[in-house]
Ligand binder design. Structure first.
Ligand code: NAD
Length: 282
């Protein structure tokens, strides 16, 4: 039996009595729910009409932001504009002129952008011997070059119109754990995502003068379809014992967008249930 105050407190802690007494009321938040609110930040999400991008779009809308989406999927984008009030640009971001025109239009309408989530991408895999350089170029033009073009247009705009913007900005790029590990036949995709990881720290340096931080999220397996098709082995191979969801990525975007989180800069954040740290010997 403890005979002084500190020892009694330690005993209480170990037995769980103290934790129970001090425990906050159970949160009514649903697992996976995102609870953040921002001032009405102006957010651009590429590929924001489907998959991970759609979850990102909805997370920022729910947090009180204005969201513009650039996406090649006209039907999904127009539905999103009509039902949820996003500003939609039906843009193929691999087309430099189309992307720059859409960006000019957005900057004219909004005067500036606060947050960019450069998310749109294609996963095209081809066995090396059957692959062709045109497809390789197309993957790079879709997955890598638009992030550079968006940053360039944004920086030129900030240089020309140095608006007082105490928040500065956030650029969040979406790479993949495939920039660190590979299966056969993924040359174009891996190269594009490795490019994103490197471009991220390069842009961090260049956009620093505008107060914009640049970070990269590297998703692992993020299931964007019907979760009922996932198997036990799909789940259990992950140290986190589940497959990722689009909201897993959206929550990291919100976290990086918090005003105080401007000391996270140039990072590559894997969101992969632990798969890239799992050692495998067969
Ligand atoms: P997705 O195919 O479900 O959605 C991609 C979105 O981008 C769609 O709305 C699509 O219409 C749009 N898009 C595609 N090409 C475009 C173009 N040329 N111009 C404009 N919009 C275009 O893909 P996702 O799984 O949501 O992936 C989103 C990002 O996350 C991609 O960059 C992808 O490489 C990356 N990623 C995904 C996973 C995963 O497991 N889902 C894993 C690692 C990385």
């Amino acid at each position: 039996m403890a005979d002084n105050y500190l020892e009694r407190r330690m005993e209480d802690l170990r037995s769980g009595r103290l934790r129970n007494a001090a425990a906050p009321a159970a949160s009514p938040a649903r697992k996976g729910e995102i609870r953040v609110s921002f001032p009405a930040r102006r957010v651009l999400v590429t590929g924001g009409a489907g998959g991970i991008g759609l979850a990102v779009t909805r997370a920022y809308l729910k947090a009180g932001c204005k969201v513009a989406v650039m996406d090649i999927d006209r039907e999904a984008g127009e539905r999103l504009a009509h039902d949820e009030g996003v500003r939609f640009y039906n843009t193929d971001i691999s087309d430099r002129d189309a992307l720059e025109n859409a960006l000019d239009n957005l900057l004219t309408a909004w005067k500036d952008i606060d947050i960019v989530v450069s998310n749109a991408g294609i996963s095209l895999f081809q066995p090396l011997v059957e692959s062709d350089p045109q497809t390789f170029d197309h993957i790079i033009a879709t997955n890598l070059r638009p992030t550079y073009i968006i940053a360039r247009v944004w920086a030129r705009h900030r240089r020309r119109y140095p608006l007082p913007n105490s928040f500065g900005g956030r650029m969040i790029t979406i790479s993949s754990t495939r920039h660190m590990q590979s299966e056969p036949g993924t040359e174009g995709y891996s190269a594009s995502k490795g490019g994103i990881a490197s471009l991220t720290h390069s842009l961090m340096m260049s956009l620093s003068e505008f107060g914009i931080t640049v970070n990269c999220i590297s998703p692992g397996w993020i299931h964007t379809g019907d979760p009922s098709i996932l198997t036990e082995s799909d789940r259990n191979q992950h140290p986190s014992r589940r497959v990722g969801t689009p909201d897993d990525i959206a929550r990291v975007c919100l976290f990086l967008s918090l005003p105080d989180n401007d000391f996270i800069n140039g990072a590559d954040i894997p969101v992969d249930g632990g798969m890239t740290r799992k050692m495998i010997y067969i």
